[in-house]
Design a protein around this ligand. Structure first.
Ligand code: 3HC
Length: 295
């Protein structure tokens, strides 16, 4: 399949990344199915897309007509078989845990047509290991978007050990059609490029606070104003989801060793289900003033 043959994209998962990727694909003109395991999850994702498209229109990044047309192209579905039965490309964005993703690929393989290419939005997990659950490891690669997908330009396109050059070309082309800048990652190693650098930065920031060396506000103002990053480390953790960063670290710790041991401060937030913006609070309180108000 060539990139020009792609018409229908199915996104599995309507969470933070899933609905954002569905939105990006719809804005690029694709017919999009967004699938999650419960009606309330797909509805919530759909409402998030609607909010985001309205915001883009309000900021004059797109017209109101483009926003309406993009929303019309998104079909929220719960039944997996219906969701993938006519998909050219499936982009999987389910929770960042190997066991969950493997289960999803087992089910997906049963229902997806032979031609369908699978791309995982995993933040860190082995593309090769995931691809081996399917009967099409050569038509399987990583397609890693950044949060929020509609605003972030980069997409990492990652080759597993079995990925064909045609699949890499197709997914790279698809990222370009979506208006993104793909970077090809040849080595399937934990965290790929961006998260290998960014997630330890968030972890180190947490260790500084955990050890009492500085406050969250001091660390964030330093990363933001002195190091020139667009968000402070804790603000960024809240933006991507503290659970997402934590699971990436757990995996990097397991595969790459002790340098990546997650700070207990992150585990405490995960246990308390204070995961960042998506739950209303994380390191900051978003129900009472956002990033200016630490919890
Ligand atoms: N859709 C539409 N609008 C959105 C939005 C979305 N998804 N998310 C935020 N906005 C809106 C905000 O509500 C705000 O609107 P308001 O002014 O009316 O309140 C507006 O966008 C802010 O946009 P601006 O252009 O004025 O603001 P910035 O210049 O600060 O840009 C940003 C916002 C692009 C998010 C910028 O802060 C940024 O680049 N942050 C860093 C994000 C980042 O690094 N992401 C990668 C994380 S790593 C990752 O995702 C990998 C994973 O695997 C862990």
């Amino acid at each position: 399949m060539q990139v020009d043959d792609v018409q229908r994209v199915t996104v599995l998962g309507a969470g933070n990344m899933g609905h954002g990727i569905a939105e990006v694909a719809a804005l690029a003109g694709y017919d999009v199915v967004m699938r999650d395991i419960k009606e309330e999850f797909v509805q919530n994702g759909y409402e998030q897309i609607e909010w985001s498209l309205d915001k883009l229109a309000e900021k004059e990044r797109i017209s109101a007509e483009e926003a309406d047309a993009a929303l019309d192209r998104v079909d929220p579905i719960v039944d997996l078989e219906t969701a993938v039965s006519d998909a050219d490309v499936v982009i999987e964005a389910v929770p960042e845990q190997m066991a969950i993703k493997k289960d999803v690929y087992g089910d997906l393989e049963e229902h997806a047509p032979e031609r369908t290419v699978f791309a995982t939005n995993t933040s860190s997990l082995s593309i090769t290991e995931l691809s081996e659950v399917t009967n099409r490891p050569e038509r399987f690669c990583g397609m890693h978007f950044f949060n929020p997908p509609v605003r972030m330009q980069l997409v990492e396109v990652i080759s597993g050990a079995h990925t064909s050059d045609e699949t890499m070309d197709l997914i790279e082309g698809l990222a370009e059609e979506m208006g993104k800048t793909p970077v090809r990652v040849r080595k399937d190693s934990p965290g790929f490029i961006v998260n290998r650098i960014l997630v330890p930065l968030m972890n180190e920031a947490a260790w500084i606070v955990e050890s009492g060396d500085a406050t969250i506000e001091t660390v964030d103002s330093t990363t933001k104003y002195d190091m020139g990053l667009p968000m402070g480390s804790f603000e960024l953790a809240d933006q991507v989801g503290i659970d997402v960063g934590y699971h990436v670290l757990e995996y990097m710790h397991e595969v790459l060793g002790d340098a990546y041991r997650p700070c207990p401060l992150l585990a405490e937030k995960v246990d308390a289900e204070e995961l960042g913006k998506k739950t209303g609070s994380g390191f900051y309180d978003y129900e009472n003033g956002g990033a200016n108000v630490p919890t």
